[in-house]
Ligand binder design. Structure first.
Ligand code: ADP
Ligand code: MG
Length: 730
């Protein structure tokens, strides 16, 4: 039998010894000795740039000022020297188009002069700007063909780094990707704009508490979940290879019900992969720190120490890229899809978000110094108010085909956005709310209580894992982000909503102060109205329960279970105002962004539908027919010798198999009819809708029949690697 499944299993089993684990054994023990060795960071800049150029770049990064051409030339020369010392021959502008992945176009330092001499050069203009073939990236129709050019522009706030692929080394320059006219075509430019917007809004608020605050940056610590599968098994599953998830597959009889995988011991092969990944990450300055098993079998997590948001986003994008490459060395494949396997947990990417000031304080941490907690309460309550007001925009930022399988499923955050803050904070907010505004001393009492907050003992273990948005002691954790997503999307929304909210807050406080109110009392009064207004977003109970859906509806919280409807807000007043007012995306950019997201959704489902059809017609059905014939022959043979009774089980099996085949046949017809209807729709939105509500349900119905067949057909005939083989064999 030359079934690909058995070949794959054999290949995997032949890996009796762990795949080489010595990729980085030359590395000394101490991480500090090689951490960020491939990054053009502060110390590399200091060493390779003249002092004035070094100081100019630093100032430019701090203030966002433009660099002059002369300085760019000097920096480029320094970068090139550094890169060549590290063995680089090429450079690339590295960017994050709306595909969600990263892109890079490599150019050699090597060039010819007009008189034919070979030189190696890297000019300031090559550093600052490049022109990749823009037309191959999604633009949402923003570029008509005669303006197809797109530009990548250096982002000096994220350090250049060296990407090592095999023997090749490339100097990578983080860039933003824009149209000829300068419109955003990537995830980075909106993120950078949102950061500036947040900073401008947050600094004046923070200054009410400490006038030394001059700079505020959002911080991000992501937690990346993923699955690992043996490479041979991966290759024997066309659906995994084409769509990143299994479109078919009968859940294994043991999946995660024993709950023995989470924090369990890490299999050796996986451990080797993790160590290798960590070393590669550390060389690139990605401060990964945590690794553990996740809830589902073969599911794992890696998390870094948090960083300034822009760099953290770049590092997550880099890490996802590294993961895929390092996994291949170990004959493994990493699955970043949100739901690679039915019946076991999906993968998310928790985004831990906060804001840090130049004074060294985390604005979402309860203060250690009693008396300064009004600042914490201010930022804390404003975050809740922001989420309350802009929940739909946040929901849109995590809407995509992969996440649809996860959000609302019974182990993942629901599609309803709510905020969990824990018992201590709930009590505190209630007390602020109950405080009276007149002069009976209540306000003073509450202020006093706020001031003494550290005594309240915030319980860090007070966790609600079912919440999509949870306060975890000194940061908010946005848990509904999908594992394959670029964090920049949801993080730009977080920054922006907070900025919008803080501007409103400051105006309200200023108004009261102008009327003669004491500043602290004014702040407390506004905080109080905010709590009252946004209380409905707070939920401490079980987010997976059906009661919550009911309750949320009563509270007026939206529930958008599918991506196309969740994205609608981008063309509605709330979304347009959100992006327009903040300047994070103008109308054209927003419209294009919406179109790109819809298009991506449609394309993903299109590929899935076609892959499913192929799996069925060329794998599942042929195997089933073969077994069906064997059974039919068997029945006929028994009957020919009058053993009708002896054929009863076979007849029953035959019937069930035939029913499933018939169900697949009619399901495919219906799916294809819906598919054609979708492609004939007159707008992307309508097309997405048909894919969502007509094609997808058919795919699920077909899957049910096919998975049933998997349980009926002779194991020897079954062509697709089974769940138990993918999830449990190490
Ligand atoms: P878990 O949520 O799994 O218990 P932790 O709470 O320890 O893990 O941390 C999760 C992530 O939150 C880590 O990446 C950590 O660096 C990050 N984090 C901690 N403080 C902040 C902060 N002020 N801003 C952003 N992220 C933070
Ligand atoms: Mg966490």
């Amino acid at each position: 039998m030359s079934l690909s499944r058995f070949n794959a299993l054999q290949t995997m089993e032949s890996r009796f010894e762990p795949i080489s684990t010595d990729f980085n054994d030359s590395k000394p023990e101490k991480i500090a000795s090689y951490f960020a060795e491939n990054v053009f960071n502060d110390s590399a800049m200091k060493k390779h740039l003249p002092e004035n150029a070094y100081l100019t770049v630093k100032a430019a990064v701090q203030s966002g000022q433009k660099l002059t051409r002369d300085i760019a030339d000097i920096i480029a020369t320094g970068m090139k020297t550094w890169a060549e010392e590290h063995g680089c021959t090429h450079f690339a502008h590295w960017f994050q188009p709306l595909t969600g992945k990263t892109a890079e176009k490599h150019d050699s330092f090597f060039t010819l002069t007009h008189d034919g001499r070979v030189i190696e050069e890297f000019t300031g203009s090559a550093l600052v700007q490049q022109e990749p073939d823009g037309s191959s990236f999604p633009s949402g129709g923003m570029r008509s063909t005669f303006e197809a050019r797109g530009y990548t522009v250096w982002d000096p706030s994220s350090p250049a780094f060296i990407m090592e692929v095999g023997e090749g080394k490339t100097l990578c320059i983080p860039t933003i990707f824009v149209t000829y006219g300068g419109a955003a075509q990537d995830y980075k430019l909106p993120l950078l704009r949102s950061q500036t917007f947040l900073e401008n809004a947050a600094v004046p608020v923070a200054q009410m508490f400490n006038e030394n605050v001059t700079k505020i940056t959002a911080t991000l610590g992501w937690e990346q979940e993923y699955f690992l599968v043996d490479e041979a098994l991966f290759n024997a599953r066309p659906d995994l290879a084409m769509t990143g998830r299994t479109l078919l597959g009968r859940p294994a009889t043991k999946h995660q019900q024993l709950e023995d995988h989470y924090f369990g011991s890490i299999p050796e092969r996986v451990y080797a992969f993790m160590r290798d990944l960590e070393t590669e990450s550390h060389k690139l300055g990605i401060p990964v720190r945590t690794r553990h098993n996740e809830v589902a079998p073969s599911q794992y997590e890696v998390a870094p120490i948090f960083e300034e948001i822009n760099v953290a986003v770049d590092h997550n994008q880099l890490l996802m890229d590294l993961m895929e490459r390092v996994a291949r060395r170990h004959k493994l494949r990493v699955l970043l899809h949100e739901k690679p396997f039915a019946g076991v947990n999906g993968s998310g990417k928790h985004n831990n978000w906060s804001m840090g000031a130049n004074t060294g304080v985390n604005l979402l941490a309860p203060a250690k110094v009693p008396g300064t907690n009004l600042r914490f309460i201010t930022f804390f309550v404003n975050t809740i108010a922001a989420v309350h007001k802009y929940a739909d925009v946040l929901r849109a930022s995590i809407a995509h085909a992969g996440n649809d399988h996860r959000l609302g499923a019974n182990e993942a955050p629901p599609a309803i956005i709510s905020v969990f803050i824990g018992e201590a904070m709930t009590n505190l907010l209630n007390q602020i709310l109950d405080g009276k505004n007149d002069n009976d001393g209540e306000v003073e009492r509450v202020l006093d209580m706020v001031a003494k907050l550290p005594n309240l003992q915030l319980d860090n273990t007070d966790r609600n894992r079912t919440s999509p948005f949870a306060f975890t002691g000194n940061k908010f954790e946005i848990r509904a982000v999908g594992s394959s997503q670029n964090c920049a999307g949801p993080m730009a929304v977080m920054n922006t909503m907070m900025g919008l909210q803080l501007i409103e807050f400051k105006e309200a406080v200023d108004k009261l102060v102008a009327k003669g109110e004491d500043q602290d009392l004014a702040i407390l009064a506004v905080v109080k109205t905010l709590i009252a207004k946004s209380k409905s977003i707070l939920f401490e109970g079980n987010n997976y329960s059906d009661e919550w859906k009911e309750e949320a509806k009563k509270r007026g919280l939206n529930n958008f279970p599918s991506a196309p409807e969740a994205l609608d807000v981008l063309s509605q007043p709330l979304g347009i105002e959100f992006y327009g007012k903040s300047g994070v995306m103008d109308k054209v950019e927003l419209e294009a962004y919406h179109q790109v997201q819809l298009h991506a959704y449609i394309t993903k489902l299109d590929i899935e539908a076609k892959t499913l059809e192929e799996l069925l017609t060329s794998h599942v059905i042929p195997a089933s027919l073969r077994y069906q014939k064997e059974l039919a022959d068997n029945v006929a043979a028994l009957r020919s010798i009058d053993m009708v009774q002896g054929a009863r089980m076979q007849v029953d099996l035959l019937r069930r198999i035939s029913d499933d085949i018939a169900a697949i046949h009619s399901g495919l017809e219906k799916m294809n009819a819906a598919y054609d209807k979708a492609h004939a729709a007159d707008s992307l939105r309508a097309e997405a809708d048909i894919f969502c509500n007509e094609v997808k349900p058919q795919m699920e119905a077909i899957r049910e029949a096919a998975d049933d067949l998997e349980g009926l057909v002779d194991d020897q005939y079954w062509p697709l690697v089974k769940y138990r083989e993918m999830l449990f064999i190490r």
